[in-house]
Design a protein around this ligand. Sequence first.
Ligand SMILES: [Zn+2]
Length: 406
Amino acid sequence: MTAPSVALDPAVAGRLEAGDPLAWTRALVAIPSVNPDIEAGGAGEAAAADFIGPYLERWGYQVVRHEPAPGRVTLVATLGNSATGLALCGHLDTVGVRGMTVAPFEPREVNGRLHGRGSADMKSGVAAILAAAHAAASEASSSGLSVILTADEEHASLGLRHLLDAGVRASGVVVAEPTSLAIAPANKGFAWVRIEARGRAAHGSRPDLGRDAIRQLARALGRLDVLDGGGRRGLELGPASTPPHPLLGHGSLHAGTIEGGDAPSVYPAGAHTVIEARLVPGQDAADFLARVEEFCREVEADEPGVTLQVKRGMIRPAADLTPEHDLVRALSRALEQEGATPRVEGMTAWVESSWFMDEGIPALCFGPGSIAQAHTADEWVDVGEIETAARVLTRMARSWVPGGVA
Ligand SMILES: [Zn+2]
């Protein structure tokens, strides 16, 4: 581990050493970690990871630093010999800062809200994890606890994919994404599909020669209405009578980007769109792709001279841990012990708990801050929620025994 590169006021250093979650939130917001694949010039996660690592080592953790791509650092810190216990997981990267109306890396507290990029998503969550890691470090019952801090969650999950492919495991995972302290055992997945239309360029006065790629692309998009009533109802990939998911409702669909054509007086030779489906558990990305293919073949059959090519983009699985699972029950109990009323809700956004679930590792989200504040121009987190999350995660870290919840 390299030494911390940030010069610290001794009083601040003391609070960090003692695992103070507010001091940690401020310190992490002040270390830029914009995902460079989201915003050019972004710092990446290395400085944040290398700042945190030595603290975890001093607290007694074995820290392994992974670097799946240059500058994209992911940490796994384990207490005891093997990561067979609870894992507390968070991502170190943030989205970009363009257009922000608050100073992104100068955390400021106003009326109980701490502002800055990543304050909600999810440096306060990482801070609550570190507070719990510190509090649990000295206790034998916490043996097997691990802290997983990932790179690149906001883009392609380079960090967590690398760890899971390398065999990192746990018996249960809490991902401290912003849920406003709700327990979120289910989340939506998504699928990106690109449609490329090819026509033939010609002078606007020569319909005999031109083939209009844009209008054919529009026809394909129009056919998607069959799946969701033109956006007026939920996405249906199977039988229309499929009941909504109890925590997530229905899937949905939108056209995220569209581009095409060269000039008003020219028949467009090319146009493309990327459509996104947000899928609830039970909805399969392959079914969505198959329907899009079917619509494009129909349009092609009607319009000779135009081709519509369907390309599969990023696909992320939905996740659905039963609300009866030990992890949900243990978190509920910890919240009650902290005087809070447990709430179980669905997470609309895709989150890395899905990757754990995909590997058969029970995982859910629970953390401070609201997803409504994530990625916003004046991102903030409720300071009280950070403290509550830290105390609840501390109870989890001390008491987690899979299958052992009364
Ligand atoms: Zn996040």
